[in-house]
Design a binder for this molecule. Structure first.
Ligand SMILES: [Zn+2]
Length: 276
């Protein structure tokens, strides 16, 4: 996901929300949508107000001038009339990208609200800070911000070959680039060198930034690089990696879906190597 061209972020709710504002209401990880399963739409405020919506509204910003707000549905509330709850992943090819990206942003905001209602330091209730996207403890003043967890992805190349791996959790037959979370004290570059070494036992160099992608499940920022093989033999970390192999750039195995940055990274690198 990336910020849509027409999106302007903001956290201050306008005094009056227009009835055509987009409302991104979640219960658990599921989004309340209008329309049908095959043609879902994001409800407007007019479509939402009759619903059993609860909890505060969080301003996300405007999309093409239309205010966008996020809201958490109470766990015990009935399904909002006229709306149905659906997982974000099921909406990938059904909602326009700008609305999908805004929904993913909304999910991270309501998750932050849901999981930071009490202070992690003293346990007292928190409240939303009026001047920024943060929560502050009502007793000790401790401030917390929405969590974003940086993760790196590395696609290792060797001549016209690409190293791809299968994690145990992947669908059968699917391969992808290596990935892992950045640890405290590491740069992204440190993380790539460590992850590749730990997961497949190889040394890499010549790291080159490719692109990044927000991934709201639940709060990752995936930062993708290519890296060149610099030594070693493949030796998989059995706890994480089921199999890792070199593939010729013109003979790729089944890959992750096209919405993922992994797929773009692999497709564009393979295309570059094929014509190199
Ligand atoms: Zn506190």
């Amino acid at each position: 996901m990336h910020t849509p061209a027409g999106f302007v972020a903001g956290h201050v709710l306008p005094a009056v929300l227009p009835v055509h504002a987009h409302v991104f209401a979640f219960r658990g990880g599921k989004l309340a949508v209008a329309g049908t399963d095959a043609a879902p739409s994001i409800p407007t405020l007019a479509e939402s107000t009759s619903a059993a919506l609860c909890g505060p509204l969080f301003m996300l910003g405007t999309l093409d001038g239309v205010p966008c707000v996020a809201q958490t549905l109470r766990d015990d509330a009935p399904d909002p009339p006229g709306l149905h709850l659906t997982g974000l992943r099921a909406l990938f090819f059904l909602l326009p990208q700008p609305l999908l990206a805004t929904a993913a942003r909304a999910f991270q905001i309501v998750e932050f609200d849901r999981t930071h209602r009490h202070c992690g330091r003293c346990g007292a209730p928190t409240r939303d800070k009026p001047d920024e996207r943060a929560k502050q403890c009502s007793a000790c003043g401790h401030v917390v911000f929405p969590r974003v967890s940086p993760a790196m992805m590395a696609l290792v190349t060797r001549g016209r070959e690409i190293l791809l791996a299968r994690a145990h959790r992947f669908p059968p037959g699917m391969f992808s680039a290596l990935a892992g979370f950045v640890e405290p004290g590491e740069t992204v570059e440190d993380c790539i060198v460590r992850e590749v070494r730990e997961e497949v036992g190889l040394e890499v160099g010549e790291l080159a930034y490719f692109a990044s992608q927000s991934w709201s499940f639940p709060h990752s920022l995936m930062i993708a690089f290519t890296a060149e093989y610099a030594g070693g033999e493949i030796r998989c970390d059995d706890a994480e990696i089921a199999e890792a192999r070199w593939f010729a750039a013109d003979a790729m195995p089944p890959l992750p879906p096209s919405v993922s940055i992994a797929r773009r990274l692999i497709d564009e690198t393979a295309a570059r190597l094929r014509t190199a």
